[in-house]
Design a protein around this ligand. Structure first.
Ligand SMILES: *[C@@H]1O[C@H](CO)[C@@H](O)[C@H](O)[C@H]1NC(C)=O
Ligand SMILES: *[C@@H]1O[C@H](CO)[C@@H](O)[C@H](O)[C@H]1NC(C)=O
Ligand SMILES: *[C@@H]1O[C@H](CO)[C@@H](O)[C@H](O)[C@H]1NC(C)=O
Ligand SMILES: *[C@@H]1O[C@H](CO)[C@@H](O)[C@H](O)[C@H]1NC(C)=O
Ligand SMILES: *[C@@H]1O[C@H](CO)[C@@H](O)[C@H](O)[C@H]1NC(C)=O
Length: 385
């Protein structure tokens, strides 16, 4: 060890070579060694501190095990920006996550072949009873979608490793339900999905939603649309403007107040708007309490103020309110017939890219778990997958 150290030092410091006296050389070499040891210690501490700040404690522990090469852990190339981690788990809290998710490249051309993906975000209390239908829907389109699930923290998912839902549950931080929880969950879904740079469109669905067309049809409908499908309208009645609170002014004025379905499709720009918002969020948290429902007003109002020209102002999720009451109809086993879907598809009228269209809804709710079996049976015939 000594023999290797000395020539190294000699090369660097010519004054050392002159000190040839053996009796002085030994303590001096010990002193040198001690110095070197000290330098290595300091260097290692600095690297550790730097690494802890950057990557968190876990990766330092891992790198120490891997033999003192912390810098080699994360190669400094584009890959980790382009390729999303297959592991959705991270240790960022919401403040950190939202900050990271708000990164936007300013050079608009990507230096790699970017295939824009649809992020399907499942907001659920727990299980996904219609999962097998979605699996059938996704099959064969692996490069054009990604899946994210926000479930109650207590729910432990048990999807087989072959499932599209396997390990797609995002880390949840919900401590108290109530307050902004629904929108908090939606913003957290968006933030996690934004971490994948290839996600271009973000669709929120629930465990009772089904797709009404095959993947290709839905992908192209979304891709070719000039507008994002966020329901937003001005309802002068008690369930619209009646829920507006004067205290929101001047941030939100009653003429800007909008209402819309919670189930949206938005593009990446709007998703960033939502994640970065610190203006409207506190107002809605404080002044939109039941009977004001945040999930029906926050995004529609905020986006109508910030980006009205990007919104189609309608939802793409079909729902049946015809039975009246506070909740839409739920469909079970007995409802799933060809006639039922004829009714869903017929009589649709809307604008698509400013042109009249009869394809208005890409998804439908609400379907009970008992609808799964007949849906799987009938899907290739009536849904095209
Ligand atoms: C997240 O962590 C940062 C840094 O530790 C802290 O300053 C911040 O208050 C935390 N935010 C939340 C919402 O816990
Ligand atoms: C999807 O549905 C459309 C319309 O029903 C059909 O033309 C197309 O062939 C289907 N695509 C696939 C991949 O099944
Ligand atoms: C709301 O804003 C509009 C235009 O931005 C303005 O004309 C109107 O006076 C405002 N109303 C209130 C109640 O502040
Ligand atoms: C949606 O509504 C906004 C007003 O809130 C309007 O400016 C915009 O043009 C509407 N979008 C479409 C596609 O009509
Ligand atoms: C599947 O659909 C066919 C007709 O499309 C029907 O005859 C059959 O009973 C259905 N099976 C189940 C299990 O629903």
């Amino acid at each position: 060890m000594q023999a290797r150290v000395v020539p190294l030092e000699e090369g660097k410091d010519p004054t050392v070579i002159n000190k040839t006296n053996q009796s002085r050389a030994l303590p001096f070499r010990l002193f040198q060694l001690f110095g070197l040891f000290l330098a290595v210690c300091i260097a290692f501490s600095l690297i550790s501190i730097y690494t802890i700040r950057r990557f968190g404690v876990q990766s330092v522990v891992a790198s120490v095990k891997n033999g003192f090469e912390p810098c080699l852990e994360q190669p400094n190339d584009l890959d980790h920006w382009i390729n999303p981690s297959s592991n959705l788990m991270h240790t960022m809290n919401d403040t950190e996550l939202f900050w990271r998710a708000s990164f936007v490249p300013r050079i608009k051309e990507y230096p790699f072949k970017r295939v824009p993906k649809i992020a399907f975000m499942f907001l659920t209390k727990g299980p996904l009873p219609l999962g097998p239908l979605w699996e059938k829907f996704f099959k064969g389109h692996e490069d054009r979608y990604s899946v994210y699930i926000h479930a109650l923290p207590s729910y432990e998912a048990k999807f087989p490793s072959s499932s599209v839902f396997y390990k797609r549950q995002i880390p949840s931080q919900i401590s108290e339900w109530g307050k902004m929880s629904m929108c908090d969950a939606e913003r957290r879904l968006l933030a996690n999905a934004l971490l994948d740079i290839s996600n271009e469109w973000f669709i929120l669905v629930s465990e009772s939603c089904i797709p009404l067309y095959n993947f290709s049809v839905i992908y192209h409908y979304i891709k070719k649309s000039k507008y994002s499908f966020m329901g937003a309208f001005d309802d002068p009645g008690p369930y619209g403007r009646g829920r507006y609170n004067e205290n929101m002014a001047p941030v939100v004025n009653v003429t800007q107040w909008r209402k819309g379905s919670q189930w949206f499709e938005i593009n990446r720009n709007l998703a960033v708007n939502i994640v970065e918002d610190t203006t409207y969020y506190p107002k809605f948290t404080e002044f939109c309490r039941p009977a004001c429902y945040v999930d029906e007003h926050y995004f529609p109002t905020m986006l109508s103020v910030q980006a009205p020209n990007l919104l189609a102002n309608r939802s793409i999720t079909w729902v049946d309110w015809s039975r009246g009451g506070a909740h839409p109809a739920t469909f079970g086993r007995a409802d799933i017939t060809e006639e039922f879907f004829k009714r869903v598809f017929e009589g649709q009228e809307c604008k698509y890219n400013n042109q009249p269209s009869t394809t208005c809804f890409l998804f439908a709710r609400k379907f009970a778990p008992s609808a799964l079996e007949p849906l799987l049976n009938i899907s290739s015939k009536v849904l095209g997958f």
